[in-house]
Design a protein around this ligand. Sequence first.
Ligand code: ADP
Ligand code: MG
Length: 621
Amino acid sequence: MVHSVYSNKDSFLRELVSNASDALDKLRLEAFRNKDLDVDTSDLHIDIEVDTGARTLTIRDNGIGMTRDEVVGLIGTLAKSGTAELRQQLREAKNEAASEELIGQFGIGFYSSFMVADKVELLTRKAGESDATRWESSGEGTYTIESVDDAPQGTAVTLHLKPEDAEDELHDYTSEWKIKGLVKQYSDFIAWPIRMEVERRTPPAEEGGEEVVTIETETINSMKALWARPKEEVSDEEYKEFYKHIAHAWDDPLEVIAMKAEGTFEYQALLFIPSHAPFDLFNRDASVGVQLYVKRVFIMGDCDQLMPEYLRFVKGVVDAQDLSLNVSREILQQDRQINAIRRRLTKKVLSTIKDLQSERPEDYRTFWTQFGRVVKEGLLSDFDNQDALLRISSFASTHSDEDATTLAEYVERMKDGQEQIFYATGETRQQLLKSPHLEAFKAKGYEVLLLTDPVDEVWVGNVTEFDGKPLQSVAKGEVDLDSGEEQSEAEREEQEKEFTDLLAWLKETLSEHVKEVRLSSRLTESPACLITDAFGMTPALARIYQASGQAVPVGKRTLELNPSHPLVTGLRQAHQDRADDPTVAETAELLYGTALLAEGGALEDPARFAELLADRLARTV
Ligand code: ADP
Ligand code: MG
């Protein structure tokens, strides 16, 4: 997957300002929590300094700063190990757009400085410490680091800009006009003042007099919290840039959700649905993306109390009016207001996805491909929203090779007299399509959902119905497929009678493997298949539990036989004629093994199966 990255090297400034802003948030919070920390927080801000002569650009903050170890860990490793590959690829990248795309893929904010600088210096002192650290690198894989003893608290990043390109006035980062423009465009909403020294020219007071040039410090961003502004006043561009700041993202969000709640619990929320899943989506420790503010003050990032786990990809900000500033994660867990906010936000996100589904099908498909597997986890944990979750879900099915279907669409296509929604679970679509369980459904024209995500195996056990229609696994329980051309009752009884002996004998012969043997109405081509009880655990589900460290007993299953298959009729004959011949019992074993293999299962004793099979083949070649 190739991310579409903002193809503009200007974005390095957004990244550095964003880091500085985070550092200021962290310091304010730390000072608030730790009364022993001796820092001055009365004038937290960001300075941008340009030195035209030296061609340097410095972004300075008086925020939390970094220790030497942190510099090595957070910044150094980027320039060193993890990005060896990136650097290699960067060197080979043909053009600027290609290299930015790479930087975006690697998601490295600080490293983006090297798009415009050939040397970067970082001087930092952690709040509360006396030693400072100076780090320097030209982005080629090495860096120098030293301790210094006099540096202001906070961090200054100095870029030694690449040589001037006379042709390229658009990217002159020593120009006051350029920097102001970038800050307005990318970082206007930053809650801290971004200051810069600007030249102010006063025209001569009288004709022939001299123009007066004074240097003034100006705050170049408006600092208006985006979420507090009326939606109509905020442009798409502003939302996008804000998203990139808080989500540490390089691409545009798929959807923006702005909410305002008044009344008992007053809060504002600005949420984003990203357009790409992060690489660590399935890592349980991965951060959740919602930040909590209280009355405009940043309280915590990754506030997992604000979003259920299955919506952990949603990014954004919630600003609550009535919480205490020193609220902790533990307190939040029990806070009624936070729980109420979470319920509201959850419903809002789900209804937004629903709207996407009906209004922007293409975007919905993107969304579902990226996040569907995570959203379905909600079917396990969020009973209140189960129906809403089922409605926004879509699944592969036998109806179409390309397009997934919603359950509502499935229900619309159900055959006359069909009362259940049929589904099959397994590892791949290919495997499922060939599974014996599906045969009769296909032959008789019933649509079957093909569920291949590991989570599917689990949620289907939790959801009993959709729209009043029960969900029914093709591999579970007894099915009664009404095809119109059904056998008559008498014919069926006749058949049952013919097979009674064989079924009883097989049950005994295979008792180690199966609990029951019966005739099947789901098979048209294969000789046999294995069926789980209606409420039993499928082998695949057992494997999932086992993988997560829980041992679970897998009950024996039922073997179903296709009464018209030559192997089955032949076996019946053989059992009748030479019941004591050991090869007949071996055929039974092979029949069972084949059923297991056909559904993609694993043989209990593969060597034994291979031996029996080779033996048999030897006799027929
Ligand atoms: P990200 O911001 O996505 O974590 P970056 O490459 O932008 O990635 O920054 C890496 C880390 O370096 C940050 O998470 C932060 O811990 C640290 N860092 C960067 N800039 C600063 C700064 N100005 N002050 C304090 N820490 C910083
Ligand atoms: Mg960053």
